[in-house]
Design a protein around this ligand. Structure first.
Ligand SMILES: [Fe+2]
Length: 322
């Protein structure tokens, strides 16, 4: 696939000055009939980075595609790599499979703690990698970690992926009429690393543990929403934890822009959505009255990865990938 991602030593700030926000976002069909439209252009400034003094990113330009071939070995194909940089996310089929996936599906329900005390999810939990070996294996040494590394290239030098660390993991089960968390990028609780972290924006790998079909209940992602065109959406929920999941209440017009570019992939267990830190996403409620809405719900396990050198704030724990 020919890439339309701009490459080369283009400074983001200079481009930002020439590219005011458009008054209206391009529309695409709502789920489930999502269609790809012309990708949102974003920029590269790889040549500004060095291993010794990485540049701090300009907001809206955190995802940088180096101007050179990227790692060919790993679970992400060359076309998928380009899609990731173009759209801010990519769907990877069968990222985890076999006995590892079976063990994860069995273990997940036993670790539900639901500490949110919220109607948004039927079940939830985190630090699963500390509680069950299968989740440590998933987080640290499975295809999930390999995908994150492949999409986090070294700033200079070879074409290999970077050493990564697990920043945070999470388990969620959406059931019945649960709305899930509305469009957001993860707040400091789930992404305890500075937003201008110079070593890279990081990667979130969302793994389906149950099938996601026409009844929905999975994840919606907003194509291209990691770019400067959606900085105002970040601002709308910048108030902290209590605002994170309320984009639809706090800024309905911004939520509508994100709805217009959303994708709600149907998934099989083991399929994954791999998204960059600043790509907006939300829980996708079940179709009202559907068979899925009357069922036990859909579980997912997600892991947030950062380059190994990245700063982790507060008392959060991080572990190295192997
Ligand atoms: Fe999230």
């Amino acid at each position: 696939m020919a890439s339309t991602v701009p490459r080369g030593p283009v400074w983001a700030a200079a481009h930002a000055a020439k590219s005011p926000l458009p008054s209206r976002q391009p529309l695409s069909a709502p789920c489930p009939g999502f269609r790809r439209s012309r990708p949102t252009p974003h920029l590269v400034r790889a040549s500004s980075r060095t291993a010794e003094a990485p540049a701090r990113p300009v907001p809206g330009y955190e995802l940088v595609r180096p101007d050179r071939p990227l790692a060919a070995s790993g679970p992400i194909s060359a076309d998928q790599i380009e899609s990731f940089y173009q759209d801010g996310y990519v769907v990877v089929r069968g990222l985890v499979s076999g006995e590892l996936l079976d063990r994860a599906r069995e273990a997940a329900a036993a670790l539900e703690s639901n500490p949110l005390g919220s109607s948004r999810y039927a079940g939830s939990g985190w630090y699963l990698w500390e509680k069950a070996p299968v989740f440590r294996e998933l987080a640290v040494s499975s295809g999930m970690a390999a995908a994150a590394a492949q999409l986090t290239p070294s700033p200079v030098g070879d074409t290999g992926g970077r050493e990564m660390c697990v920043l945070r993991d999470g388990y969620f089960r959406l059931a019945g009429a649960n709305p899930g968390c509305n469009f957001h990028v993860d707040d400091g609780g789930f992404w305890p690393s500075p937003r201008d972290e110079p070593h890279g924006p990081g990667v979130n790998v969302w793994l389906a543990l149950d099938p996601v079909g026409e009844d929905r209940g999975g994840l919606a992602v907003a194509r291209g929403s990691h770019t400067h065109l959606y900085l105002d959406c970040r601002e709308a929920i910048a108030g902290g934890y209590t605002d994170t999941c309320r984009m639809d209440e706090l800024a309905p017009e911004k939520a509508a822009r994100l709805e217009a570019v959303k994708d709600c992939p149907q998934m099989a267990p083991g399929d994954a959505i791999v998204l960059t830190r600043f790509c907006f996403h939300r829980g996708d409620p079940f179709v009202v009255g559907s068979e899925g809405a009357a069922g036990p719900g859909i579980s997912r396990y997600s892991v947030r990865y950062m380059p190994g050198e990245a700063v982790v704030e507060g008392l959060q724990r991080k572990i190295r990938c192997s």
